[in-house]
Design a binder for this molecule. Structure first.
Ligand SMILES: [Zn+2]
Length: 182
């Protein structure tokens, strides 16, 4: 299947979607044209899901930047936290800038099914993002226990708690909702 045909399927659901290569090229054009900076002066961080499919898709031109500093864990949540953000900020070159590439991810199959992809070498489709979908299924089936964050499944449990908080009507990020009075 041609790239433009794949993109057309995605754009049925996300009309402004671009390929990662095109979005990185536009970003580099912006850095050079609008900001008058060299990519080698920009410290890049990303916060994307640890899913191997994201490594496969990562565009080679991002190597023109410094980094990337990897902030993301499951579903792209910045699990390196405030310490990671502080470390990243301290690595920026003098007179340089930062760029942060972030977001959750969602697969779409050839026939337009959302939340699944066909992975190399497999006969069936599988979940993408599996963590987000797993947490959503637990939410729908009332299987998320409030406050349950374990050492051995910290990232997944945190995503579950974020969804549980959304269900209850809290729209603020998890960290902020803990600090601010209701
Ligand atoms: Zn994922």
């Amino acid at each position: 299947m041609k790239k433009k045909d794949k993109l057309a399927i995605i754009q049925q659901h996300y009309p402004k979607a671009q390929t990662t290569i095109d979005s990185v090229n536009h970003f580099i054009d912006f850095i050079e044209g609008q900001l008058d900076l060299e990519p080698s002066k920009v410290m890049l961080a990303d916060s994307i899901c640890s899913d191997d499919v994201n490594s496969i898709q990562y565009p080679a031109r991002t190597q023109e930047f410094l980094g990337p500093f990897k902030m993301g864990g499951l579903d792209g949540f910045p699990f390196t936290g405030l310490t990671g953000m502080g470390a990243f900020a301290s690595h920026v070159p003098d007179e340089g800038a930062v760029g942060i590439y972030y977001g959750p991810h969602i697969g779409i199959t050839e026939n337009g099914t959302i939340g699944e992809i066909h992975r190399h070498g497999q006969s069936k489709n599988s979940s993408c993002c599996g963590a987000a979908k797993g947490a959503l299924n637990k939410l729908i089936n009332n299987l998320i226990i409030e406050g349950n964050i374990t050492d051995m499944d910290y990232q997944m449990n945190t995503i579950e708690q974020i969804l549980l908080n959304k269900k209850k009507g809290f729209c603020q990020p998890l960290f902020r909702s803990k600090r601010q009075p209701k």
